[in-house]
Design a binder for this molecule. Structure first.
Ligand code: ZN
Length: 239
């Protein structure tokens, strides 16, 4: 190897060669298959890896196209770790998350979600409940009617794990469609909506890599919902 090559490899390592190098590191005895790295316009910050017909295809969100090499390296550890079912060391997860949490990157991610994200909800009018009515009733009862109404929608998916969700980039509360059902107690729906309204009330505090979503303040406020325990019990009973 000529000194020029050594020098240039120190200053610039292509994403492809980073993946090849990391592959050698984590599977030293396996010959490295052909690796193709592409940057794609996804609607979020996800990246994917596949092993097909003896070749590895990596599709990375274009948000990371200008990322520093150590971040690409961390991502290579994470994705190849996934591929071989051998999770990456925590330092790589940490490095990667730290980068995604940078203020400028967070801004880009939220912008991309807004402009590329497809509509994944069904609007506020369900077949049983209207989310605008639910929101405004709670707004009047617990927030003095002072909360500006965000976008509201029923989810397409009847999710039992994600009952509700506040999406700050679309400024929208989404409620799982399992509650749009005559068998679903209104109290349970009220409670889930109240919870999401509190997310609007207490904006997310980004500190380091940890997204502190349910602060002690949030939790204390949540308990002021007069049917807190009852609603929790109902939710448990629903499945
Ligand atoms: Zn929450």
């Amino acid at each position: 190897m000529t000194p020029v090559n050594v020098a240039s490899s120190l200053f610039f390592e292509s994403p492809q060669s980073i993946f090849v190098r990391v592959h050698r590191e984590i599977r030293p005895r396996t010959p490295v298959p052909p690796v193709l790295v592409e940057y794609k316009q996804f609607a979020n910050a996800d990246s994917h890896v596949r092993l097909e017909e003896g070749a590895i295809t990596v599709r990375i969100t274009d948000l990371l196209e200008g990322a520093p090499a150590p971040v690409t390296e961390a991502l290579a550890h994470i994705l190849l770790g996934k591929l071989y079912r051998n999770p990456a060391a925590r330092q790589y997860e940490h490095r990667y998350r730290l980068y995604l949490n940078r203020r400028d990157i967070r801004k880009q991610i939220s912008l991309v979600r807004q402009t590329r994200g497809r509509k994944v909800h069904l609007g506020a009018q369900g077949s049983v409940y209207n989310l605008e009515e639910v929101f405004e009733e709670l707004n009047g009862q617990y927030f003095g009617g002072m909360m500006a109404r965000p976008g509201l929608g029923w989810s397409h998916v009847r999710s039992r794990t994600r009952l509700g969700h506040f999406d700050p980039s679309h400024h929208m509360i989404m409620i799982s469609r399992i509650f749009d059902d005559t068998r679903a107690p209104r109290l349970a729906l009220d409670y889930v909506m109240f919870h999401e309204m509190l997310h609007l009330h207490y904006p997310v505090d980004h500190s380091g890599t940890r997204r502190c979503v349910h602060t002690p303040e949030f939790k204390a406020h949540e308990k002021l919902f007069p049917y807190f325990e009852e609603a929790k019990a109902l939710l448990k009973k629903m499945w």
